[in-house]
Design a protein around this ligand. Sequence first.
Ligand SMILES: [Zn+2]
Ligand SMILES: [Zn+2]
Length: 344
Amino acid sequence: MNQPLLSTSLSLADGSRRLSQSSPSPHTYLDNRVTKSQTNRRRTRSQGARERLNTKEHLTRLAVGLHDVELAHKLERCHSRLSVLTCGRHIARIIPNFTCEFRLCPDCSRRRSRKLQNKYLPAMSAFMLHRRVTAVHLVLTQTHRKENRKQSAKRIKDSFTRLQRRGFWQKHFKGGTWSLEFTKDKNGLHHTHLHIIGFRRKFFDIELLRDEWLAVTGDSHVLNLKPIQDIATGLREVVKYVSKPLDIRRFGAEDLKEFLGLKNMRMFGTFGEFRDFCKDFEPSDNDGDEVIDLESFSRDLVEGCACPKCNEPLFDLRMSGKELPQFYEQVESSPPRKVGTSWN
Ligand SMILES: [Zn+2]
Ligand SMILES: [Zn+2]
């Protein structure tokens, strides 16, 4: 049973070309779409900062529209004043005045995603080493129905719970992490995917896994699987969906309202043996109401320290959040400093 378990569109993921010439499968469309959503779009930091700003303004407008004054106010305050540690050419650290911790806030979800990575990466590496397992990125999908986001999420999570109880799954997997991804099509139907980092103990034929998924969902056999070469990249890929559950800029007031109703829904979790393994430091992505002590995020860099990139001294620049994209642009367009002898 030691067959490669790749679907056609992902055959390059393990460097194998053997399957890449196969005829398109009926799942090609979806597989390509899933694969595409997994590809990082290259963008500069200034573009990223500008997008975050726009997203936030959009969310604030929606909150105002819903008369949620508190949320609108929190979003407006979040990252509105910044202390930027810079050498003039590099940005070493950005300290915001306030973080709103709203799940859809692009600034706060970035921080949350970093926290999840810092927390789970050591556990994952240790688990792989001790249990002699390899990691795969599995995407499970379901057929779309007329249902709300909550029902859609519950349906796929219930199916996954049933999958985990089956002998096939237990024989081949030793747990992992899951996260939810929401998308919505033109007709307003929810497409919910489950992204799983699965720790695989042995190879299997992917068609068998499709059959298993069909057995637990009743109507869906569409899934995608690729080996994870580098666990840090794999984890980053998966927590991306926690930090960016959907395209917020296309969000309407109704979407926000619905999302606010999901307040306590978990978007990320661990399962199986991996769950037990990291029980001591199990975090939650659902820390919306938690007061974050900014000091606890402080790293060692302060004004006067050497820039980690060029060794020039860092100074503290105060600016408003709206000025950040432009400052990034300035930094990006400054010519690289000549490397002096003090550089190590
Ligand atoms: Zn925020
Ligand atoms: Zn520098």
